[in-house]
Write a protein that binds this ligand. Structure first.
Ligand code: FES
Length: 149
């Protein structure tokens, strides 16, 4: 399997790994295809992501995509972070092998879940902002992997 130099670099030296004690939005998602798990911690102030950390129990591609995704949302308003797609993360990494595309879906979903958690903690229904967090549906229709689930 051929990985881009950027994927290898983010895998070997992932950014923003760990936990945030003062996170006010936490999202955890599992991958329907491989069973891997990702957790994202957000610190949000004035609707802006001021800090972010992640923990991934997953493969190298999941670690590289989480690392890149956290870099792409750090310092950004929530509205922009919600627009981040797994495709944009894959492009920022100069591509992933087709069989590893499903790994990148994990970071997009974990970010959405963490933002949904933030709104829920404030007593606000996250659905109008985040949409439906149905990972099975997203997995079937939103990603280009070859899984048959
Ligand atoms: Fe599970 Fe990559 S194989 S996230």
């Amino acid at each position: 399997m051929i990985y881009s130099a950027k994927v290898m670099e983010h895998f070997a030296n992932p950014r923003n790994v760990g936990e945030l004690a003062d996170a006010n939005g936490i999202g955890e998602v599992g991958n329907a295809k491989c069973g891997d798990i990702m957790k994202i911690y957000l610190k949000i102030e004035n609707d802006t992501i001021v800090d972010v950390r992640f923990k991934t129990f997953g493969c190298g591609a999941a670690i590289a995509t989480s690392s890149m995704a956290t870099e792409l949302i750090k310092g950004k308003p929530l509205s922009e972070a919600l627009k981040l797609t797994n495709k944009a993360v894959v492009e920022a990494l100069d591509g992933l092998p087709p069989v590893k595309i499903h790994c990148s879906v994990l970071s997009e979903q974990a970010i959405k879940a963490a933002i949904a958690d933030y709104y829920t903690r404030l007593g606000i229904d996250p659905t109008p902002f985040v949409g439906k967090l149905d990972s099975e549906e997203e997995h079937e229709h939103g990603c280009a992997c070859d899984c048959d689930e």
